[in-house]
Write a protein that binds this ligand. Structure first.
Ligand code: ADP
Length: 702
């Protein structure tokens, strides 16, 4: 049917004047059947023809899809058709006519396009009646009862009397509610798509989408997420009436979704199919309610029409989105379902993206954790030779931050004359390279490293992952070992040469030589001492030092050890020891060895004329023994290192004092094995003092 709005409004108004001019102020009275109107007709029309025209017109005007409202100069409604009545929230013109005029305006609220109250005085018809210009106006009428909103474009035109004054105003309402709903739906789809594309936090995003749907496309909208068993869990809900949100949550809490229900979100998750229920009859609520309270709750929620659409991502149902209309005027149809499915597709995509992103983040975090946590230094280089990543072990090793490394290129970190690293990267086919290189630190120092480079193909091309380990310690140990072997060879050669020399002398002379035999025995003892020290050092380093504890007379043991040392020297040994000391449980040979080492060092490293002092103190649980000499002393920089195996300070290496640097480390290890401590103090040129404490009993013995 052609809308009146598409007709010439002036022509239409002329017809209406003919019809209604005489019945002003009588809403509901006869439709243009008044004789006066006919009598006032322009000449040329017969009364009969006119009546026929009027009858046609009244039928015509009732039937047009646009609303037509005629008011007289006082503003009183003299005619309204069904469409006009519907725009005002009435079922028909008849119902509106039956309503007292005072109540008509109470039926609905008038709003402007933005939803603000619209003053009656600004209505186009009112302006026209006052002789003012009236523009086409967009109006919203919201029914008090159903809260349903209808949108109209209203135009008004005056019908003037002979003097040119506005006798009537004819308003034509074009109902644009459907258009507005489509616009709202389109806007909702666009807004929802923007929101869904914007954030990877899908919980918040879906909450926003649910809110966007209300009130333009639904009175309430909810989103459920399916768990591994396909059970829906309410993630987001929005309702025109915020109080109903609490009710909806309460409903879910008290009546959790039945995963086997043949309807609702569970069914949509199971089948992956949308459910459109255009009209939900009360019977359906009765049938679906689990008890009377449940039914009351369902009725309170307001369920007039619904759509439940599965959220499907990569073929898997991840949840559902539900749109519910509470007003019987808004019933969902296939077009609405198309919109809902479009939103659902975007929502599912958003959930999927967010989950993929979360998985990727978790994997990245795991990788980062491993990357940061490994003790080896890891350096990642791209195919162009740029450093693109490094773990904390690497930055610590070279002293450059990751940002600084980004500005360097392959080769900048290697101190080798020939750039092994760069060469390796270019020569690397698919196999890893393994080897040792020297890295150049930011401070200019170098560090030897061993490592391997592997290549992987990343999304943006080949990457080379170099894993490096600082081998300074190993190099140091290797050097120490070589030094040690050289020293052992040297230390063994002297006594052995002299031993062999004296033995050959006796063989040549073919007679016993007491001096030669004494020398052979002395050198043999030295060799024995050396080999014992070596063995002891190996045991200490391997953690295999076993003590053979037995009851020991402490006083006698110390006195014997001093006596033994005294026998090797002409030097005076001053002893300050209590007459009685408690008995102990020690490995007597080892404690004797410790004291012997300190006394021999004191003798060895103090010049001619120097003396040696031994002080023994009973400390209650421990004995404290101090061996002091007035010799050359130990250089301060060497003092912290004299307990390291094979370390010999310059005072030993410069002079003629023999040794392998094993006596002190062995002594300290033996004291500590007994639960005691050992330390040294020294003043260069004035002497050294070595002290150790030994508990009389092992800790467990109490
Ligand atoms: P060594 O076989 O060289 O004597 P030690 O382990 O007994 O080995 O001693 C390590 C180093 O400590 C010695 O080489 C020497 O430099 C220094 N040292 C030890 N005792 C004394 C001391 N009483 N006076 C000066 N230097 C000492």
């Amino acid at each position: 049917m052609i809308g009146v709005s598409q007709m010439n409004v002036a022509r239409c108004s002329l017809l209406i004047v003919f019809l209604f001019a005489p019945c002003a102020g009588k809403l509901g009275e006869g439709m243009g059947n008044d004789k006066t109107a006919v009598e006032n007709m322009p000449s040329g029309l017969t009364a009969e023809a006119l009546h026929r025209s009027i009858a046609y017109l009244s039928v015509f005007l009732q039937g047009v899809s646009d609303g037509i409202l005629v008011q007289d100069h006082t503003g009183t409604v003299v005619f309204i058709n069904d469409a006009g009545a519907r725009a005002c929230g009435f079922a028909s013109a008849a119902e509106m006519r039956a309503t007292p005029i005072a109540d008509v305006l109470d039926k609905f609220v008038l709003l402007d396009e933005a939803g603000q109250p619209f003053p009656i005085a600004n209505l186009p018809a009112q302006r026209v009646l006052k002789g003012m210009a009236a523009n086409e106006t967009v109006l919203r009428t919201r029914s008090h009862n159903s809260r349903e909103e209808r949108w109209s474009v209203v135009k008004a035109t005056p019908v003037r009397d002979a003097q040119g004054a506005a006798a009537f105003a004819i308003s034509i309402f074009q109902d644009i509610t459907e258009r507005k709903r489509t616009e709202a739906a389109t806007r909702f789809l666009a807004d929802a798509s923007t929101v869904l594309a914007k954030s990877l936090d899908y919980e918040t995003t879906l909450q926003q989408v649910a809110r966007l749907a209300v009130p333009h496309v639904a009175d309430w909208c909810s989103v459920d997420i399916a768990d591994a068993e396909g059970v829906p869990h309410l993630l987001a809900i929005a309702h025109v009436d915020p109080e109903k949100v609490a009710l909806a949550h309460e409903h879910r809490r008290r009546y959790p979704a039945d995963p086997d229900a043949p309807y609702g979100a569970a069914e949509a998750i199971r089948t992956g199919k949308s459910q459109l229920v255009s009209a939900i009859p009360d019977d359906a609520l009765v049938a679906g309610a689990r008890d009377a309270e449940h039914l009351a709750m369902l009725r309170a929620l307001g369920l007039a029409s619904s759509m439940i659409v599965p959220l499907i991502a990569r073929g898997r149902v991840v949840g559902t989105i539900t749109f519910v209309s509470s007003s019987p005027e808004r019933r969902y149809g296939p077009d609405d379902l198309i919109l809902a499915e479009a939103v659902a597709a975007r929502a599912a995509q958003a959930i999927d993206n967010a989950r993929l992103y979360r998985d990727a983040r978790a994997a990245e975090e795991q990788y980062r954790g491993l990357f940061a946590g490994v003790g080896d230094a890891v350096l990642v280089t791209d195919a162009e030779g740029n450093y693109i990543d490094a773990n904390p072990a690497m930055t610590e090793l070279v002293g450059y931050s990751v940002a600084e490394l980004h500005r360097l290129r392959v080769g900048d970190l290697t101190a080798d004359a020939e750039d092994g690293f760069a060469r390796a990267i270019h020569a690397l086919p698919d196999d890893a390279m393994r080897g040792e290189i020297t890295l150049q630190r930011k401070d200019g120092s170098t560090v030897p490293v061993e490592g391997w480079i592997t290549s992987i193909t990343g999304p943006s091309g080949a990457l080379f992952i170099g894993t490096w380990r600082d081998i300074s310690e190993r190099r140091h140990i290797e050097e120490e070992r070589q030094r040690f072997i050289a020293m052992v060879a040297h230390e063994l050669r002297n006594p052995l040469s002299s031993l062999i020399g004296y033995a050959e002398l006796m063989r040549r002379r073919e007679r016993y030589d007491a001096k030669a035999v004494e020398t052979i025995i002395a050198q043999g003892r030295r060799l024995e001492r050396l080999t014992l020290d070596l063995r002891e050092t190996m045991l200490v380093q391997a953690g295999l030092l076993n003590l053979k504890r037995a009851p020991v007379a402490v006083h006698a043991l110390i006195a014997a050890a001093i006596e033994q040392a005294h026998a090797t020297t002409t030097r005076a040994i001053h002893v300050d020891m209590p007459d009685h000391l408690p008995p102990a449980e020690w490995d007597a040979d080892r404690v004797t060895q410790v004291l012997g080492n300190l006394l021999l060092n004191a003798i060895k490293y103090s010049g001619e004329g120097g003396d040696v002092r031994v002080q023994v103190k009973d400390m209650g649980n421990d004995v404290c023994v101090t061996v002091a000499d007035s010799g050359m002393g130990i250089p301060p920089d060497a003092l912290p290192r004299i307990f390291e195996p094979f370390y010999r300070a310059s005072n030993a290496t410069d002079g003629s004092a023999r040794g392998m640097g094993l006596g002190l480390p062995i002594s300290k290890a033996l004291v500590e094995a007994h639960g005691g401590e050992m330390w040294a103090e020294s003043t260069l040129g004035r002497g050294s003092t070595f002290t150790f404490t030994l508990p009389y009993h092992p800790p467990s013995a109490g």
